[in-house]
Design a protein around this ligand. Sequence first.
Ligand code: GAF
Length: 384
Amino acid sequence: MTVADRATAGFRQRYGAEPSGRWAAPGRVNLIGEHTDYNDGFVLPFALPLRTVVAAATAPDGHWTVWSELDDTPVEFGAEQADEPGRVDGWAAYVAGVVWALRAAGHDVPGARLAVASDVPVGSGLSSSAAIESAVLAALVDLGGLDLPRGRWPRLAQRAENDYVGAPTGIMDQSAVIRGREGHALFLDCRTEDVEQIPFDLDRAGLAVLVVDSRAPHRHADGEYAARRRSCEQAAATLGVTALRDVAVADLDAALARLDDDETRRRVRHVVTENQRVLDTVTLLRADRIRDVGPLLTASHASMRDDFEITVPEIDIAVEAALSAGAYGARMTGGGFGGCVLALVDADAADVVAAAVTDAYAERGYAAPGTLTVLPAGGVTRLR
Ligand code: GAF
């Protein structure tokens, strides 16, 4: 059964009725630009063909009930719980957070019954949370006929995650999931929210992006993410800039000389050089030089491993094995401390590279990784 059929079947079984519609939102990978979004910097993610689907209909009692195929017990909440961040917890907090963010922005959100099915793996760093937020947001906007232009959706979904769920994440994931376009990577300026759709036609170039799910448990991911963010914000304050985005590569040495501990210097060096790598990647893609992006991906990984210190052994091994097997470049993608690696490979070499990573894992006694080749897909949409 497709993910859309599972959502519909779940709706029928749970609520004994037909949904009014189905809304689908993708997961994402980030080609390059990690931990730059909350530094007002640049990112270059793309939406995945894996999607989360929400089947939904309005509920006359004004309450929200949500069922997920991952947890057979439905969660129900009313305005009182939705209006108090933290009252709904677990996976349903992403749904309640969207209701909260809409209501906080003054919208009259209709009560609804929702059924969620997903092909985006949870906890793999592929933005399953942004996918459910965005699909629910699209459903509620349509069901309620809310006047909310799509350009404002990413900030609203981010608020759900920051202020209701309590995760201090940036704007990248929701932007990729909402604004992604098939065959393109999304070049986003996280300060202005200006976007440029950059053609990323892997198929035509005979290339593929191989995604390797390390299946490594996220170790202390939440606390470490918040700590990295704090350290960047403190460094920006010390340097007297609004955000680390305001430090140019040409000024990096002078900036580092003004910071007095080595750890902070390394954090800053990652962010400043990573922003430049995004810009360099965009320049190459505009010139249709996709293969030449490889070394930038690998340099980004080294920076995350050595300077930002957000990788784990399973992730570093996957990158090394992919490169040894002929990938043009490879890097961890997403927040870090586990999750996925992406590798730029010749399409006809994807299986060989995937097998090399699987062998490297077996040699070290790690559980087998998940492997998948992907092409850039479109953003959140209502299904016909
Ligand atoms: C996570 C966050 F949600 C993003 O906002 C971003 O900071 C990313 O980690 C790191 O680049 O996915």
